[in-house]
Design a protein around this ligand. Structure first.
Ligand SMILES: Cc1cc2nc3c(=O)[nH]c(=O)nc-3n(C[C@H](O)[C@H](O)[C@H](O)COP(=O)(O)OP(=O)(O)OC[C@H]3O[C@@H](n4cnc5c(N)ncnc54)[C@H](O)[C@@H]3O)c2cc1C
Length: 265
């Protein structure tokens, strides 16, 4: 059973941080969906970010800002995002559980929690997203994934550059629609610079830097896509969990990565 002893709805980021630090067993609340998955848990103080106005998707000069409380569904259906990144965001979100769930789950929670089973995190990594934490501290998502998190912190927004000039693609392999993916992959290209990320290996999403360097040097054709996909699968490590074995993931990875790369042509 989940027990929340106290519940707060701060009106400013400063108030949210003060509340969070006021109790060792406090926790930020995004959409609250992950609580569904937990067994017994007690939270002394739940700090709900719902009143902070962080549920936006805002084009700025050469970038788009996505507030931490923007839901999966708002990102999937946003008219501006549909015309950016080759419509990748819709593909990254559409198979996650169901619409009611996606109406609540937030991008900020997924990115901040570095969920290894995440679809959006693989997309964020391929797009070289930047996280903006409380106090305007900025960090590349790739760097954030490699770092230890602070005990008390709040992700405010995510910034993604070049929304209108970046081509991107996302795909996943699932045993059934609505289930967690067995593996996913995303790729992007902007100004001739390629990025490939592979998630649910089943570890947290990772860049295939060797394959990226190969494409930056040789460009993308159907032939180089095949070679780069094979290189990416060779350089990344895959392991076993209850959804699939490491061998299975490694075997299907080249086809999945090639598929996302071909969408960039
Ligand atoms: C049954 C089930 C199936 C799922 N399937 C998939 C799937 O197929 N693909 C996929 O990508 N995801 C999947 N998810 C994960 C889901 O999409 C969300 O990532 C998850 O529910 C968290 O989102 P939330 O907004 O509900 O976060 P919450 O439950 O509110 O928070 C999760 C954690 O993030 C912290 N947090 C929240 N917001 C912030 C913030 N702004 N700053 C700092 N910390 C914060 C919270 O303190 C908490 O520790 C699944 C989840 C469930 C329960």
């Amino acid at each position: 059973m989940l027990t929340i002893r106290e519940y707060a709805r701060p009106q400013t980021m400063d108030e949210a941080m003060t509340l969070l630090k006021s109790n060792k067993k406090s926790q930020v609340l995004g959409g609250g969906m992950l609580m569904l998955k937990l067994g017994d848990k007690t939270i002394d103080l739940a700090v709900d970010l719902v009143d902070l106005g962080l549920d936006y998707i805002k084009p700025i000069e050469n970038a788009v800002e996505i507030g931490a409380m923007a839901t999966f569904r708002s990102i999937e259906t946003d008219p501006y995002l549909k015309n950016c990144f080759s419509g990748m965001w819709s593909d990254a979100m559409k198979y996650i559980v169901g619409v009611q769930f996606r109406n609540l789950a937030t991008l900020g929670a997924t990115a901040y929690s570095k969920y290894a089973f995440s679809d959006p995190n693989t997309a964020l990594l391929a797009l070289d997203a930047e996280l903006v934490m409380y106090g305007d501290r900025r960090m590349a998502f790739n760097e954030f994934l490699a770092k230890r998190k602070r005990r008390f912190d709040i992700l405010e927004k995510i910034v993604i550059k070049n929304p209108e000039t970046t081509k991107a693609a996302f795909d996943s392999i699932r045993r059934s629609k609505g289930d967690f993916a067995v593996i996913n992959a995303a790729a992007s290209v902007c100004d001739g610079q390629y990025r490939i990320s592979v998630g649910i290996r089943p570890r947290v999403a990772k860049l295939a830097t060797g394959a990226m360097a190969y494409l930056n040097e040789n460009g993308l054709t159907p032939e180089t896509a095949k070679t780069a996909a094979k290189m990416a699968a060779d350089e990344l490590d895959f392991a076993t969990n209850l959804r699939a074995s490491g061998e299975y993931r490694k075997a299907v990875a080249p086809a999945l990565i090639e598929r996302v790369l071909l969408k960039l042509l």
